[in-house]
Design a protein around this ligand. Structure first.
Ligand code: SF4
Length: 327
């Protein structure tokens, strides 16, 4: 029996944060000095990640995405990818990175068996990138994107958090990069996951506003082409090279077709990005049986939240920082 929840959704995707640490300091994610990192002793080893994935994929998980913090700050990620690739039920293995170390790692990640890669990049302008990330590193990220495009042809996407006063200035640059490298740029509506808890609905630059802005710079195909379970609505450029996508979590929530759960680097299962409660799987992963792990996982997923309550007045923020959830 697949992994169902009480709302009839079938859960097939697991996002795994392999570390809460990062080599950037994005202003909406963490303070300049960083955060109190998770205790090393609690971080899942590669063997423990494979153990939870063995049980999860036997129950129905088919797609896995590695996230962080920044996954490439943890050493040995190509080894972890090879270990996960041994699991017969993993049909798709992807990763989200900030691209800082990607030029160095892209060939090894592809060789290890990674299928797809998303790069988080909110600005192509050197100064704005520096301001947003507190690092003058846009060149390294662009080098990483080019390296990834070489070894993952057609399987590279850029994820940009849409921010008023920033994104509107970057439509042309993002359209040109997407066309040049034949990749998809996806704009993600700003969500209440910011470290300083300053998010207000008025800050949200909506997908439809961005679509209108992008259409001033590039011609899009009529019909979006993304699959129903993808959180993004994606359009190809009329030129046939590249495209743009929109993840409208706030203005057009897609929770009714949600098919994913998340695992933090220290083994907390989150059945929704905005979960208030979590289930600590670490003790079971370390000392419990696979049956017990399977039972708890199935039960937690059955009780998965119906959806986020961002647009409801009684919305309660999660107290777990974005860098520990992994997006
Ligand atoms: S907010 Fe929660 S339920 Fe909605 S799509 Fe995201 S993870 Fe799924």
């Amino acid at each position: 029996m697949p992994l169902n929840d009480a709302y009839g959704r079938v859960i097939t995707k697991m996002r795994i944060s392999v570390t809460d640490r990062c080599d950037l300091r994005c202003t909406y994610c963490m303070p300049a000095e960083g955060l109190q990192w998770l205790p090393k002793a609690e971080i899942l080893s590669f063997e423990e990640i494979v153990r939870i994935l063995k049980v999860s994929t036997e129950l129905g998980i088919r797609k896995v995405r590695l996230t962080g913090g920044e996954p490439l700050v943890r050493s040995g990620i190509p080894t972890l990818i090879r270990m996960i690739r041994e699991l017969p039920n993993v049909k798709d293995l992807a990763m989200t990175t900030n691209g800082i170390q990607l030029a160095q790692f892209a060939p090894a990640l592809a060789e290890a068996g990674l299928d797809r890669i998303n790069i988080s990049l909110d600005s192509l302008d050197r100064d704005r990138f520096h301001q947003l990330t507190r690092r003058d590193a846009i060149d390294r990220v662009l080098e990483g994107i080019r390296a990834a495009s070489d070894v993952f042809p057609g399987r590279v996407k850029i994820n940009a958090v849409a921010m008023k006063g920033v994104t509107e200035l970057e439509y042309k640059a993002f359209a040109e990069l997407a066309e040049e490298l034949d990749l998809i740029v996806r704009f993600i509506e700003f969500m209440p996951l910011d470290a300083e808890a300053k998010w207000v609905a008025g800050d949200v630059l909506t997908g439809s506003e961005i679509l209108a802005g992008m259409q001033k710079h590039v011609e899009l195909e009529e019909k979006p082409f993304s699959d129903v379970h993808s959180p993004a609505v994606e359009y190809r450029f009329k030129s046939g090279r590249g495209g743009v996508g929109f993840i409208n979590s706030v203005s057009q929530p897609f929770c009714e077709s949600c098919d994913r759960v998340r695992l933090t680097a220290h083994g907390r299962l989150r059945t929704c990005l905005f979960s208030i409660q979590e289930t600590d799987l670490l003790p079971i992963i370390r000392t419990g049986s696979e049956e017990e792990l399977g039972r708890v996982l199935t039960q937690c997923i059955w009780n998965k939240e119906e959806g986020h309550q961002i647009n409801n007045p009684d919305f309660q923020r999660s107290d777990r920082p974005m860098s520990q959830i992994g997006g």
